[in-house]
Ligand binder design. Structure first.
Ligand SMILES: Cc1cc2nc3c(=O)[nH]c(=O)nc-3n(C[C@H](O)[C@H](O)[C@H](O)COP(=O)(O)OP(=O)(O)OC[C@H]3O[C@@H](n4cnc5c(N)ncnc54)[C@H](O)[C@@H]3O)c2cc1C
Length: 398
């Protein structure tokens, strides 16, 4: 079998087999066959995660054949989609029928299932992460059974399913909330970092989507703002240069194509601590890492939710991401900054690089034990776990 690598190239492993089933019954057969031989399955979607969530030496599955709109419920304003669809494919399929997702992250090449499973988010004070669109799932569990869970009948399980790192089974269909198709206007301005930080709260209140990049080399900032046309801020009380002004349907204007590959560490901080943490990160990078850090730091806002393993559980958040060019060593840089995030109460992004283990994670998540109980009830034999996930969830892990 060929070596599998993630998008940035920092995660590499060789599974014994790579399988792309065509339908749910193929998955069922596959799971039953693996149970007989005591081997396991992991599912890798678009491979945009840097943490080894999908690592296995047994069988790696990909759902590239699970595509398309299965159902549209106009009364409930939901659409059921094949779980192998990328965010881009979802956006375009919805756009064709006059619908949209309320938000996306920065790119649209990852699958919606992968994004939902890891708490992927965009940026906006009033916008929850992408898992909040999930209303129901069809999944194949570790016994090869096809199960359906939804918000109305299983609200507790759905709070666990929404950010669940692939540990409950393989989602084959996702039912998601949709809104009527809408247009967005993107505005990007460059300014000093001090002005950006000084005006961040007021700008975040006035605009639907807002985030900023800080560039350590120049110490400048780029603010990205998105609103429905005619809404939000378009003039500013501080000096700035206008970089870009663009308008299109939400699914086209929000995500950007990323040529330059990078590795990333990201923590979600309580809103009140976010900007102070950013200043601490900024100082530490300027003092210790300016020479080797070639790129940028991204600061975003996310509304709170009640999903058991969401980094935004119970608290409005500011996330800070360190972007380091792929191929350059990131270990010392990320490890030196991680304690700063932890000091400010940070919770790691599940898909990105971090070094937290169960004993540190558990106190950060009020519903941690509830999540583990539901996981053990649905997958008592740990069929969908790998060594990395065991370190995340097992209190005795070193
Ligand atoms: C360039 C780039 C930009 C990014 N932008 C953002 C951003 O703006 N905001 C943000 O928060 N994150 C962002 N991320 C992180 C990214 O959204 C996550 O890594 C996401 O999980 C990637 O989805 P994927 O399809 O690649 O899933 P993978 O990385 O392949 O898998 C992620 C997890 O989802 C599980 N999974 C996937 N499909 C299923 C399924 N059908 N059933 C059950 N489990 C499943 C996998 O088992 C695994 O645990 C970005 C990453 C990159 C590389």
């Amino acid at each position: 079998m060929k070596e599998w690598t993630n998008w940035s190239g920092s995660l590499r492993f060789t599974p014994a087999k790579y399988v792309t089933p065509k339908r749910g019954s193929d998955l069922r057969k596959l799971i039953l066959a693996h149970r007989k031989t005591g081997t396991r399955i992991k599912l890798a979607a678009a491979g945009h995660s840097s943490s080894p969530l999908v690592k296995t030496t047994d069988t790696l599955v990909n759902l590239k054949h699970f595509k398309g709109i299965v159902r549209h419920d106009t009364e409930e304003a939901t659409v059921t989609l094949g779980a192998g669809m990328s965010v881009h494919e979802c956006n375009m399929a919805l756009q064709d029928i006059g619908l949209a997702l309320f938000n996306t992250g920065d790119v649209d090449v990852q699958t919606l299932a992968g994004a939902i499973s890891t708490g992927t988010h965009g940026s906006g004070r009033g916008l929850q992460n992408l898992a909040s669109v999930l209303q129901g799932v069809r999944l194949v569990n570790a016994r090869g059974e096809v199960m359906e869970y939804d918000e109305k009948r299983h609200p507790d399980v759905m709070k666990a399913m929404r950010v669940s790192l692939g540990v409950f089974g393989i989602f084959t269909e996702l039912t998601v909330k949709v809104v009527p198709l809408f247009r967005m206007r993107r505005l990007e301005i460059c300014t000093t970092t001090d002005d950006c930080v000084r005006h961040f709260d007021e700008l975040a209140d006035q605009n639907r989507n807002l985030d900023f990049y800080w560039y350590p080399r120049s110490d400048d900032a780029k603010i990205r703002i998105l609103n429905e046309p005619g809404e939000g801020t378009s003039t500013f009380s501080f000096p700035y240069k206008c970089k870009e002004d663009d308008e299109d349907f939400v699914g086209k204007v929000l995500p950007k194509h990323r040529e330059l590959r990078f590795d990333e560490m990201e923590y979600a901080l309580p809103r009140e601590a976010g900007l102070a943490c950013f200043e601490a990160v900024r100082n530490r990078i300027r003092e210790r890492h300016r020479k080797e850090v070639a790129w940028r730091v991204l600061v975003r806002s996310i509304a709170k939710d009640d999903f058991y393993l969401s980094p935004h559980h119970g608290r409005e958040s500011i996330s800070i991401s360190l972007h380091h060019n792929a191929g350059l060593p990131f270990g010392a840089f990320f490890s030196d900054l991680e304690p700063v995030f932890i000091d400010y109460g940070g919770r790691p992004h599940w898909a990105k690089i971090h070094h937290m283990k169960a004993a540190q994670l558990r106190p950060l998540y009020p519903m941690w034990d509830r999540f583990q109980m539901i996981r053990q009830a649905i997958d008592p034999e740990d069929f969908f776990m790998n060594d990395y996930l065991k370190q995340l969830f097992d209190d005795d892990a070193k």
